[in-house]
Structures are given as structure tokens and as C-alpha cells.
Design a protein around this ligand. Structure first.
Ligand code: CIR
Length: 265
């Protein structure tokens, strides 16, 4: 059960953030409204939402999940692999200190972004990507082990998806392509479903044309799902999940998914 979430609304210069989606610039006010809808959805799931001030110094700072790994046993401050995002850790460190006695931290030469970290019960999958390096993944695995969790690494460096125009697109983070729903169930893209790392799980495979939907989010009694993924929506409903379908269009333009918009614990 999650009781808390930390979020940060997009700043007015949100469009200046990093992106590869080639879907055109996001509209700030639409993004603002989508973010408000996301916060309302979290509240409906029964979590208390702590909202940080939007920070125009960091256009990508709404994607707060990348800046920490929070668990019921402790918190770890990340160290973003994207140089433009490095300064986002300061305010996140301060807010985590209000919830956790000790906040561990990834240290150079390690880099790690929370989007590469997928908790599946007492086990963690840690993606090694363009943003998370081996040193960062090793450091996180050691800290998680001190909390009593196990981890395995998933190499994402050659993982590609197909962009809307047919062009190949690098998968940004591990959780761009998988989500853990509880009950030993993973939602994942076709490419990820073929990988040995996930063979012990029940797999809900997302069709390639709905790949963005793989970044869905179980929060207590609901699964939050981005709008526009009817096949995945039907699969999840048929298993019996309560869905809350959310508009994410402006975040998708900036390569961000549902999970990226909050830290949950
Ligand atoms: C970035 O490139 O860092 C942001 N524009 C998007 C980050 C999305 N985060 C995530 O998938 N966890």
C-alpha cells in the first residue's frame, strides 16, 4: 500500500526539456491540467500528495521519479545521467529528509535515474541505460541489499521501440517498457517479454502500437493508464483491475510517462 506521493508540476518552460519523441512542443496549460488530473487520480487511490513548487530552472523537473528511489524501507537520492537534470536533486533531498531518517545517495562516477528502477515485491530490476551506468546500478543494488531487497540488472542500452513515424527510437528508461502490477504480474512491451529476466512472472504483453501504455502504474486499488491504449485497457479490465485512464499527451511529447510524474511510498 502506498500512503504518500511527491509530485512537482511542470514549469512554464517545460517545452525546453529533453525530448526525442518528435511529437511537437507541449502546451504548458494542457500539461498543467493533465498534471492536476494526475494528482487527483493519486488522491482517489488514497495517497496523500505532497506538491513541490514548479521549478523553471529545471524544465524536466516534473519527472520527479527519476530523482530518487523510494521504498518502504528507505530512500535513495539518484544522480541523473542527464547533465541538465543534475541540479534537481537538491530540493528532492530536502523533501525526502522530511519523510525518511536517512537518505542514501548515488555517488559519482555512478549515475542513476529512478525511471530505470522497477520494484517487484522484494526484488528490484535496475535498468542500465544511457542515463544509468553500471557503477550507479551497483551502488543502488548494494543499498537495496542493505534494506533486505534483491536486485538484478537489465541492459537497456540496445532496446529500441518504433516511433509514431516508423523511425526507431531508443527506449529511455527501463520503466518506459515495463511496469509491475503486484500479484507477480508484469506489463511489458513485446521486446521485453522475450527476455529471460522476466520469465518467472505472469506477463501482460503490450502490442507495439500501444508501447507507450506499458508505463502504467498500480497504486493501491487502481491501475493508472495513459489514454489511447484500448487493447491494453481491455486486457487489464478482463483480469479485473480498476482502471483510471489519464490524458498524458503533453508529457508524452517530452518522453515522460505516468510513473515519471511521482515518487510513491
Ligand atoms: C528526460 O529526458 O529526462 C525527460 N524529458 C523525460 C523523463 C521521463 N522519465 C521517466 O521516464 N522516468
Amino acid at each position: 500500500m502506498f500512503t504518500n506521493a511527491i509530485v512537482r508540476p511542470p514549469p512554464p518552460n517545460f517545452a525546453e526539456g529533453l525530448t526525442t519523441a518528435d511529437l511537437g512542443p507541449p502546451d504548458y496549460w494542457v500539461a498543467w491540467a493533465e498534471h492536476a488530473g494526475y494528482c487527483a487520480a493519486l488522491e482517489k487511490c488514497g495517497v496523500k500528495v505532497t506538491k513541490l513548487d514548479a521549478d523553471p530552472n529545471f524544465p524536466d523537473s516534473t519527472f520527479i521519479e527519476d530523482i530518487a528511489v523510494v521504498t518502504e524501507r528507505g530512500a535513495v537520492l539518484a544522480l541523473p545521467g542527464a547533465a541538465s537534470r543534475a541540479g534537481e536533486v537538491e530540493t528532492v533531498r530536502d523533501v525526502l529528509a522530511t519523510f525518511f531518517q536517512t537518505v542514501h545517495a548515488i555517488e559519482p562516477p555512478g549515475t542513476l535515474e529512478g525511471g530505470d528502477v522497477c520494484q517487484a515485491g522484494n526484488h528490484f530490476f535496475i535498468g542500465i541505460s544511457k542515463r544509468t551506468n553500471e557503477a550507479g546500478a551497483e551502488q543502488l543494488a548494494q543499498i537495496l541489499s542493505s534494506f533486505g531487497y534483491t536486485s538484478t540488472f537489465v541492459d537497456m542500452r540496445h532496446e529500441r521501440t518504433t516511433r509514431w513515424d516508423g523511425a526507431p527510437l531508443d527506449v529511455l528508461h527501463l520503466k518506459s517498457a515495463i511496469a509491475y502490477l503486484g500479484d507477480n504480474r508484469l506489463v511489458l512491451t513485446e521486446a521485453m517479454a522475450k527476455r529471460a529476466e522476466f520469465s518467472d512472472y505472469q506477463l501482460i504483453v503490450v502490442d507495439e502500437d500501444e508501447a507507450y501504455g506499458a508505463n502504467c502504474l498500480r497504486v493501491n486499488d487502481y491501475v493508472l493508464l495513459a489514454a489511447g491504449h484500448p487493447k491494453l485497457s481491455n486486457k487489464l479490465k478482463s483480469i479485473g483491475y480498476n482502471l483510471n485512464v489519464l490524458d498524458m499527451s503533453e508529457f508524452q511529447r517530452m518522453d515522460g510517462g505516468l510513473s515519471c510524474l511521482s515518487l510513491r511510498f
